[in-house]
Design a protein around this ligand. Structure first.
Ligand SMILES: C[S@@+](CC[C@H](N)C(=O)[O-])C[C@H]1O[C@@H](n2cnc3c(N)ncnc32)[C@H](O)[C@@H]1O
Length: 203
């Protein structure tokens, strides 16, 4: 791993254990992703990169109307979800203004993008039918807060354990179950892994 990738892994490990400490990592991490934004899509986002997300989305029940892509980067996952469900409204959130600029330049008709922080998402409680995340640090309390009853979370790591931002899926599953999510399913696709979880209609 490059020094930047090692820092991203460290930031992930620290933030999953102690989400409050993300505030000291936010600045350098944002700077790093801002610098990578102009080359991000062309250098990384391929069919194989997105395959694990696709596997989880194949298992989503129903047709989500309100979709949130957390840590959207250049909007790749938002575009995938927006293409699958053209009647949905898709919001992509990222803390890097450079990434959001790139995402807006590539946006489809049913997508919009905002600068925002995944540790304090700019959306109301229980307002999202589908959260998607690719190669992103999960802030579990926020994910549980924003999901509507019956809503789903699809989380993917494009290179499995070799993804710099990576949390083992059994850990992700335990954290989500501790917050009331159920129906955990995991998938392998391409060289990556993904997980789907559901917030029950009644909890
Ligand atoms: C590895 S990139 C993945 C981007 C995109 N999901 C993709 O797969 O192409 C991680 C992204 O998460 C963003 N990010 C990291 N921590 C964040 C946070 N707390 N809130 C919002 N965005 C965050 C970074 O700015 C970066 O764009």
């Amino acid at each position: 791993m490059t020094p930047g990738q090692r820092f991203a892994r460290l930031a992930t490990d620290v933030s999953v254990r102690r989400p409050g400490l993300f505030r000291v990592l936010r600045g350098p991490l944002r700077l790093m992703f801002d610098r990578m934004a102009p080359q991000w899509d062309e250098s990384r986002v391929t069919e194989r990169y997105l395959a694990p997300l696709g596997a989880a989305l194949d298992a989503v029940n129903g047709s989500p109307r309100r979709i949130l892509d957390v840590g959207t980067g250049t909007g790749a996952a938002a575009r995938v979800a927006g293409g699958r469900w053209p009647d949905a409204e898709v919001l992509g959130v990222d803390m890097s203004p450079g990434m959001i600029e790139e995402a807006r330049a590539r946006s489809g008709a049913n997508q919009r993008y905002e600068v925002g922080d995944a540790s304090s998402l700019p959306v109301a409680d229980s307002s999202i039918d589908l959260v998607v995340m690719v190669n992103m640090i999960p802030f579990f309390d926020e994910l549980a807060r924003v999901l509507a009853p019956g809503g789903s979370l699809a989380l993917a790591y494009s290179s499995g354990p070799n993804t710099p931002i990576w949390v083992p899926l059994d850990r992700v599953g335990h954290e989500l179950e501790a917050r009331g999510l159920t129906g955990i399913q995991t998938f392998s696709a391409g060289i990556g892994q993904s997980l789907l979880a559901v917030r029950p209609e009644r909890s």
